[in-house]
Write a protein that binds this ligand. Structure first.
Ligand code: NDP
Ligand code: 2IT
Length: 448
């Protein structure tokens, strides 16, 4: 019998060899595998059943052509992806990302993370992710619609309410979900919950829009409580100004934090009196413009080019809510030097491994994405439930369930970390807790 460290090393080598040029996927896999040594020690049966080799290999990867015609009659071709990663505990579930940086490796990293995150929600959803290298920026409403329709004319074959249920992610919100849902319905004549994040008038859940950001703050609040602290009175910096960032900022403000900086991919704004969220919503949700417009409304605020600079703003709470690897070692060191108390990940894998090490070495409270941003997908599962039951819950009902789920994820993550001898290490706690449920289901279902 090989030593657990060797088992893990061998699986990782195979992942690197079999998936060349996919650094984000390697990074996500390594973070999980590295946490699993004590689990493998305790459960040699997982090794015998090839659980690790199977869990790092997507069940199915779909790559397809997405042709569309712009407003000037020019033809464009993008690439579409759907990676159906793991269905051990439920139908594939996870968002679609439209961003020029999308490639198979990015979608695989996201699908892999999603598998463990979905497990942590305690709800019956497997892991999947998809998207396209389409860039929505600067496109007209009809161009967006035609792209979404073309994307769906292929994807519709592979999804379904009990098969695979996509949702939003970067570049995909209620507008895009609406266009894709409309085409799905036309092609299949099925009116069922094949997407989440739908508009409220056609089966969407109240509270889904807010869920990822609100959930992040519920999670951080619960963690701070354990250390005799709370969000009230803290200064917060939140990167991004999309769906997750906006509702993270909203809940942070409701809980009494002063949010002083937000960003987009061009730069960040610093408003020491507190960001006016209505202005951000107007610029980002209504006008779909750049964050630098904020200064036109609030001339006393500062705008700085470059999104990375946001981590030089002094704060107690840093909440990365934009994209992967947005906090590197250098930024982490600056945050620590400026006295950051807690880092709560809203985006997927926003901190590099080196940055996480800096936070942990310096006793900064750190919440890993797959635990602290699970509120979005958890509420998606609540949307699926409502669709199946043919009823709609009130905002308050959904929000209360979300809060319960986030508190439960925090408690479970922190307990599992402690049980395995790593008290306070939520990275390990989340990886182990997320893994155990999926591994158990895979064991029960045989070698498939
Ligand atoms: P949005 O498209 O609504 O917003 C993304 C924000 O991040 C924008 O402000 C965008 O700026 C910025 N951003 C995107 N890419 C980059 C980049 N390469 N560099 C700097 N800034 C960037 O997406 P979401 O808010 O939905 O997603 C944000 C993060 O949260 C992602 O990591 C996503 O995977 C994760 N997430 C989302 C969930 C959801 O329910 N939506 C659930 C769980 C996690 P710009 O407008 O300039 O591009
Ligand atoms: O990363 C994520 O968890 C999401 N983008 C949300 C997925 C979902 O199915 O709601």
């Amino acid at each position: 019998m090989k030593a657990p460290e060797q088992v893990i090393k061998d699986v990782m080598e195979q992942v690197t060899r079999r998936n060349p040029n996919e650094p984000e996927f390697h990074q996500a896999v390594w973070e999980v595998l590295e946490s699993l040594t004590p689990v493998i020690e305790k459960h040699p049966e997982f090794v015998e059943a090839g659980i690790l080799e199977r869990i790092v290999e997507p069940e199915r990867q779909i790559v397809f052509r997405v042709p569309w015609v712009d407003d000037n009659g020019r033809v464009h071709v993008n690439r579409g992806f759907r990676v159906q990663f793991n269905s051990a505990i439920g139908p594939y579930k996870g968002g679609l990302r439209f961003h020029p940086s999308v490639n198979l490796g990015i979608i695989k990293f996201l699908g892999f993370e999603q598998t463990f995150k979905n497990s942590l929600t305690g709800l019956p959803i497997g892991g999947g992710k998809g998207g396209s290298d389409f860039d929505p920026k600067g496109k007209s409403e009809y161009e967006i619609m035609r792209f979404c329709q073309s994307f769906m004319t292929e994807l519709y074959r592979y999804v379904g309410a009990d098969v695979d249920v996509p949702a939003g992610d970067i570049g995909v919100g209620a507008r895009e979900v609406g266009y894709m849902y409309g085409m799905y319905k036309k092609l299949t004549t099925l009116y069922h919950g094949v997407f989440t994040g739908k508009g409220i008038s056609y089966g969407g859940s109240l509270g889904r829009r807010e869920a990822t950001g609100y959930g992040l703050l519920y999670f951080v609040e619960e963690m701070l409580k354990d250390y005799g602290e709370s969000i009230k009175g803290k200064t917060a910096v939140i990167s991004g100004s999309g769906n997750v960032a906006i509702y993270a900022a909203e809940k942070a403000q409701q809980l009494g934090a002063l949010v002083v900086a937000m960003s987009d991919s061009n730069g960040y704004i610093y408003d020491p009196d507190g960001i006016k969220l209505d202005t951000i919503k107007q610029i980002k949700e209504v006008e779909r413009k750049r964050i630098k417009e904020y200064r036109n409304y609030h001339p006393s605020a500062q705008y700085h080019e470059g999104s990375k600079g946001i981590w030089t703003v002094k704060c107690d709470l840093a909440l990365p809510c934009a994209t992967q690897n947005e906090i590197d070692e250098e930024s982490a060191k600056i945050l620590v030097a400026n006295g950051v108390m807690a880092v709560g990940e809203g985006a997927n894998m926003p901190s590099t491994p080196e940055a996480i090490k800096v936070f942990q070495d310096n006793k900064v409270l750190f919440t890993p994405a797959k635990a602290s941003n699970a509120g979005g997908v958890a509420t998606s599962a609540l949307e699926m439930t409502q669709n199946s039951m043919r009823l709609s819950w009130t905002f308050e009902e959904v929000d209360a369930k979300l809060k319960d789920i986030m508190v439960r994820i925090y408690r479970q993550t922190s307990k599992v970390a402690k049980d395995y001898g790593f008290e306070g290490d939520l990275v390990r706690g989340a990886n182990i807790a997320g893994f155990l449920k999926v591994a158990d289901a895979m064991m029960a279902q045989g070698i498939v």
